[in-house]
Design a protein around this ligand. Structure first.
Ligand code: AQP
Length: 341
């Protein structure tokens, strides 16, 4: 239905809440680049307004915004092919986000597992923004009438909530098909890269210990050390991938290898069947360094020239506003807001 009335358009974002991790790269950026090359219209955002849902030191937020933008560019996002910008440059995100706060129901927000995980036992002390985060994310996507949202597994529930918001808005304001009902696109062997110290938790920028994640700016020696110390079990690589189903740490390392090497996890298991970790971990570190070093070198080059990053983001912001402003104006008309004609 959606595809019949809306031209395919892809939106996704990454929040600058710290340095980029291998999870962000494999679960998001690598796939964003592949999507860009299919020729579909793509918008990629540094979602800085989401970052401040937890405290960010202002200077560190600026640096992290530059790092995420540098990560996009270094990995192959081409500003001539994709619209690359940071969220706070397009004020329509906040404006549509407010409308969606009035469409979404408190009960829907209460079901969001990411809030529960992040808030833990201290829900009362979290910012209201952290709780409302998913309706701002719905605005990010629907402001551009995006039809497809490539994300990691952890964001699936938020895209589903975006679908609910789109449907409710279209229904309440008697505007069938005004907002597309977007599809989450969750593909590949690394849709959920796990923490290197605990295979039941995902790898996060803001995880407690640096040893639990690979940062995109880690050097070769650090990458090798982190994989060497990654938690595993006494068994090595089994005969089949299915044998890894209840071995989360071991499966995670195989999945990371597969995604980096552009192989299937089944092929990786077949190649290393019977090998111990003493053989597999150095091979994993080698493939990681081979794939990540050129990206991190390029990231550093961009980060040495923040004015160039700012220029690219400003151009992207102009292009994003050109799509967003008419959609927001139409939304205001549907809601009944009076605005200058
Ligand atoms: N571990 C992961 N595996 C696969 N995909 C991941 N993504 C994040 N972590 C993994 C995907 O990266 C995109 C951007 O995510 P984000 O930075 O906006 O938010 P997040 O998912 O909350 O990321 P972090 O690293 O866990 O940040 P913090 O620690 O600050 O909350 C999304 O598509 C996400 O799925």
């Amino acid at each position: 239905m959606t595809q019949l009335v809306h031209t395919p358009r892809v939106f996704s974002g990454i929040k600058p809440s710290g340095g980029l991790t291998l999870g962000n790269y494999l679960g998001a950026i690598k796939r964003f680049v592949e999507t860009q090359e299919t020729g579909v219209e793509t918008l990629y955002c540094v979602v800085d307004m989401h970052a401040i849902t937890v405290w960010q030191d202002p200077a560190e937020l600026r640096t992290a915004t530059h790092e995420v933008a540098a990560g996009y560019l270094a990995a192959g996002i081409d500003p001539a092919k994709s619209i690359l910008f940071n969220q706070s440059q397009v004020s329509a995100h906040a404006e549509l986000g407010w409308i969606f706060n009035c469409v979404a129901r408190v009960g829907w927000m209460n079901r969001m597992t990411q809030f529960k995980e992040k808030a833990g036992k201290n829900a009362e002390k979290q910012s209201l923004g952290l709780y409302a985060y998913p309706s701002l994310m719905a605005a990010d996507i629907l402001l551009y009438h995006a039809t497809h949202v490539p994300v990691g597994e952890d964001q699936k529930q938020h895209v589903e909530l975006t679908r609910d918001i789109a449907n409710k808005f279209n229904h309440d304001f008697k505007a069938p098909d005004f907002f597309p009902v977007p599809e989450p696109v969750i593909e590949g062997p690394a849709t959920r890269v796990m923490n290197l110290r605990d295979g039941t938790k995902k790898m996060s920028k803001s995880g407690e210990s640096d040893m639990e994640r690979i940062n995109m700016l880690d050097d070769a020696a650090t990458i090798a050390k982190k994989f060497k110390k990654a938690r595993t079990d006494p068994d090595g690589i089994p005969e089949t991938y299915d044998d890894l189903s209840d071995r989360p740490e071991a499966r995670n390392l195989v999945d990371i290898y597969a995604s980096l090497a552009d192989k299937t996890p089944q092929d990786v298991v077949a190649e290393y069947a019977g090998a111990g970790w003493g053989k597999f971990k150095p091979a994993l570190a080698d493939v990681a360094v081979e794939k990540l070093a050129p990206i991190s070198d390029e990231m550093k080059r961009y980060m040495d020239d923040p004015a160039e990053i700012d220029r690219i983001l400003a151009v992207g912001g102009d292009k994003a506003r050109a799509i967003a402003d008419p959609i927001l104006a139409k939304t205001y008309d549907l809601v009944g807001f009076v605005r200058p004609k």
